[in-house]
Design a protein around this ligand. Sequence first.
Ligand code: FHN
Length: 452
Amino acid sequence: MKKFILISIIALFMGAKTGYGQPAVSQNQKTQWFTDSRFGMFIHFGLYSIPAGVWDGKISGRNMYAEWIQKQGNWPNGIPDKDYQALAKQFNPIKFNAEEWVLEARNAGMKYIIITAKHHDGFALWPTKVSSYNIMDASPFKRDILGELSKACEKYQMKLGFYYSHWQDWEYEGGAKPPIDEFKSVPPPVQVTDAQFEKYWQQKCLPQVCELIENYHPAILWFDTWAKPEIITDKRLDELIGLIRKLDPNCLINSRILMRHPDIASKVDFLSMGDNEFPTDIINQPWETSGTMNYSWGYHQLDYHWESTKSLLAKLVGNVSRNGNFQLNIGPKSDGTFPKASVRRLREIGAWLYVNGDAVYGSGPCRAKNDNWGFITCKKLGENKKRLFLNIVNWPENRELVVKGIDQLPAKVYLLETGQVLDFIPYPENGITIRLPNIPIDPKITVVVAEY
Ligand code: FHN
């Protein structure tokens, strides 16, 4: 179902063919920084980082989402709310250092960070006045994680956004609980009435969103729902969007604020795909995929499904070639450090972007089509100047790179990392064949530039 809705949204925005370096997208000034950035960090951090996917010695149920342990631990019953909420007394990430996080993101080549201010469990990572279920009042840590991050981001010119779970809230009585149709626990999760939800909406959700904007001026508010429009009604949707627009017209809003709404694309600033969903066509509106390095979003001590750096990079350039961003998740450990497996990948990605960033930042789709060997990104540099970046993921065995769908011969073709000039000849029907070196200069992705 989720997928069907996304495909419908995407279909609305697909289509217009683009010339080289001329993404056929209406990027207004407000979203320009987001589109130019292309790469951001998502952070899932909260009480769930303590059990890290394991409760009473058992791996938690339905899937490997560690941040769902309150409802998935001791599957299919879930953990009693009071037992889960007691984790707050242990939440003490003494190694948390906001500057270290921001520098790790910056060195990875990321331009923005979005952190879970409040995930579905309802626990706030800032000293909210709206509920005592927060880091200052309920944990021994007693520091404002969002405040410290906000300062560090300002210092290092990193944009900061907040994930806010506006629909699911497992602490507040009226907050939505997991939908029965997809959550097969026994007994089934209790659903809230509209009146209860309205109370939550007015007394926790809206006031907290207000606080987040007034206290920290986030660049993005990233909402997360797959709710039916009967719950987040048009009235509620307009109320929430109206509030944000009034308090900060520059704050960007994503489409998961209500992704099932038929007009959602025109109400928000960018589209969020499904988790780890990578579209195969150009979408003519700012958009992003949020993705994980392994399965879980929150830190999971038994999730060993780590993806290779090469594959993560291919997702990044693949999205850029379709006008999209990639928001790569980190699930910090409960002491406040990033897992080593995440750090290695971040640093390898950073090293790649240090050399090849031109193919990503400020770049977008072009008319030449992606091929089995990889992805083509494009940057316009002036009236008649542009660069095509041929991001080679699969090195052709015969060392001949065929690029189709270009109606002009480039002035020069070279490797982005070293400047080594490569020979090329025309390929029948609007293409060129480039003679590659014996081995790729970077076995992850080698970038060849075709300059016009
Ligand atoms: O239920 C959440 C999940 O825990 C995680 O936060 C992801 C991130 O995109 N969003 C929801 C599922 O789509």
